[in-house]
Write a protein that binds this ligand. Structure first.
Ligand code: FMN
Length: 202
């Protein structure tokens, strides 16, 4: 079948990350964002594609900080309460019945119950015609010990990352399953060595 080009995310499951931010008058905001990606290994940048009319975008312009909260499937019922239009004066932690997890390096709080938190500062904006790419620098990355494997990778079965696939009618939520299959980064290089290996330390 051939689909319309804008149906991209129907066939490309995306993460559902919750972005927490605060306004100049310190009103707390949360919004789910699926157009989110890290920018290249080993940079510390993360990119969010934002529509123009977003309190999240206004807050990031003003405060230049935000938190990317990575959540499990138990946050499925928090998507609509945080995605639904609400006035910038409304506290979206209260609205969605979520508690804050104080951040260490930035003012906006994280969300309690997420399995990982990226405290970010604004690096730069890229303005498109109808969208803004928000480039954030991750200052601090914290992951719940409970969702780590013994070698400190993400335990997919425990974290159950919340994912979304679009369709004509709406959003279908899902999570990942582990193939128990692994390749070292070095396998991509002719000498079998990962040039970035040193960055990970011992
Ligand atoms: C699963 C899901 C993913 C979304 N992803 C994005 C996104 O990547 N970028 C965006 O601008 N809006 C996205 N939205 C829409 C915003 O979450 C929604 O407009 C929200 O009300 C914005 O809140 P704010 O005005 O408080 O920032 C998404 C909505 C849902 C339900």
């Amino acid at each position: 079948m051939i689909f319309k080009p804008f149906m991209r995310e129907g066939f490309m499951p995306l993460p559902v990350a919750f972005i927490s931010s605060i306004s100049k008058s310190r009103i707390r905001n949360i919004a789910p964002y699926s157009c989110i990606m890290p920018v290249l290994r080993p940079l510390d940048l993360i990119c969010l594609a934002s529509a123009r009319k977003r309190d999240t975008l206004d807050n990031i312009r003003e405060i230049e900080q935000f938190v990317v909260n990575l959540v499990g499937t138990d946050f499925c019922d928090k998507v609509i309460p945080t995605a639904r239009f609400s006035s910038p004066e409304e506290d979206e932690f209260e609205l969605a019945g979520l508690s804050e997890k104080p951040s260490s390096l930035v003012d906006p709080p994280g969300i309690q119950g997420a399995y990982a938190w990226m405290e970010c500062e604004l690096a730069e904006f890229h303005e498109g015609k109808s969208y803004t790419l928000i480039m954030g620098r991750v200052l601090r990355l914290e992951v719940e010990d409970d969702v780590l494997t013994p070698d400190k990778g993400l335990d997919i079965k425990k974290a159950k990352p919340l994912m979304m696939t679009g369709s004509k009618k709406g959003m279908h939520y899902s999570t990942l399953s582990d193939l128990e299959s692994f390749d070292p980064f070095g396998a991509m290089f002719p000498d079998g060595k990962d040039p970035l290996e040193k960055m990970h330390g011992s």
